[in-house]
Design a protein around this ligand. Structure first.
Ligand code: TXA
Ligand code: MG
Length: 319
């Protein structure tokens, strides 16, 4: 198991030696290594069992640092970044030679963000390089929102996890590309689309991202628990399961017909932000209950972070 603590100096020592560290962000925990060092980057792919065609997000301390490894930051993009960074938005920018091709899986763009967690921001500010960090889960499984999630799954492969508490937002960052005339969202996430539209005007959401990856990691069966998951509370379709075999991701009131211990509450008051924060740990909880054979998710309203929740649930329910 990895040691969990809040020693930034120790985390820096490990990272300087091209070792990996679990880091908190406002979205989910990341598995971080020196983005400019090929050995560290290779180790990330290995520990995560991630295919090499799925590129990593690079986390930076500030815009000045980002300027050192991208070709340019267009004006429109810089204005957006100044407004929303640090925060749960990842922006694709044309990379220069500083970033190894390994990080970007050979693409000419690099995905960049400045995360908002104070501990990780202090760490980034103490480093002379940016951090490549995918979510700290084995490839294809649910992202971690607590240090214990990271330790359970990757604790044998890394030495240290920075304790940053429960992630405030709970779903991964929104990914946006400016490669086309109309800004395009490649992954729905912690930065709501409605707000991006307010700032940018027209914004496209890439509906195909789940099956025809522009973002290579956007495969359909992502974020998946190991059990079957179905959407929108369609209980009557699952009469072959007994009540004790059904787990529910609850949005709103509890279900009288299901044992209470099988119900993981996302938000009892119907709040989508609260639901996003609880989503991944609730999915894990039901996935780990031995009696439960199927997980049924209540319907979630499709606005704000509800859109990102629905996206993750859809992917998790894909066969
Ligand atoms: O909130 C987050 O974004 C978290 C925290 C740790 O920052 N990170 C995260 O990383 O979710 P990861 O690796 O689990 O997801 C990154 C996604 C992948 O689907 C990948 O395909 C896409 O970003 N991506 C990375 N670089 C890309 C690029 N140059 N072009 C298109 N998609 C890219
Ligand atoms: Mg991930």
């Amino acid at each position: 198991m990895a040691v969990i603590g809040n020693d930034i100096t120790f985390a820096k020592q490990l990272l300087d030696a091209n070792r990996l560290v679990g880091i908190p962000t406002e979205t989910v925990y990341g598995l971080a290594g020196n983005a400019l060092n090929e050995d560290a980057v290779l180790e990330i792919f290995k520990v995560k069992q991630r295919p090499s065609f799925d590129p990593l997000i690079v986390h930076a301390a500030n815009l000045e640092q980002i300027r050192c490894f991208v070709k340019e930051i267009p004006n429109e993009v810089e204005l957006l970044a100044q407004k929303l960074w640090p925060g749960p938005l990842t922006i694709l920018l044309k990379k220069n030679g500083e970033i190894p091709d390994l990080v970007t899986s050979g693409l000419d763009t690099v995905a960049v963000r400045i995360p908002r967690h104070p501990l990780t921001l202090s760490l980034l500010n103490s480093l002379e390089y940016p951090l490549a960090a995918p979510s700290a889960n084995p490839f294809g499984y649910i992202s971690p929102t607590k240090t214990i999630h990271v330790n359970q799954q990757l604790g044998d492969s890394i030495d240290y996890i920075l304790e940053g508490g429960d992630c405030q937002i709970g779903v991964e960052s929104t990914i946006i590309s400016f490669e086309e005339k109309i800004p395009t969202i490649l992954r729905l996430g912690g930065q709501p689309v409605e707000y991006l539209k307010e700032i940018l005007g027209e914004v496209k959401v890439n509906e195909h991202s789940s099956s025809e990856p522009v973002a290579p990691g956007m495969m359909k069966s992502h974020y998946a628990p190991s059990k079957k998951l179905v959407l929108n509370g369609q209980f009557d379709l699952y009469k072959q399961y007994s009540a004790a075999e059904i787990g529910v991701l609850v949005f709103g009131e509890l279900h009288k017909e299901i044992p209470i211990i099988n119900q993981s509450v996302l938000s009892q008051t119907g709040n989508v932000d609260e639901a996003a924060k609880n989503l991944f740990s609730a999915m894990r909880e039901l996935d780990q209950k031995s009696d439960v054979r199927i997980i049924i998710a209540d319907a979630i309203p499709d606005f704000g972070l509800g859109k990102a929740i629905n996206d993750r649930l859809k992917r998790a329910s894909a066969e």
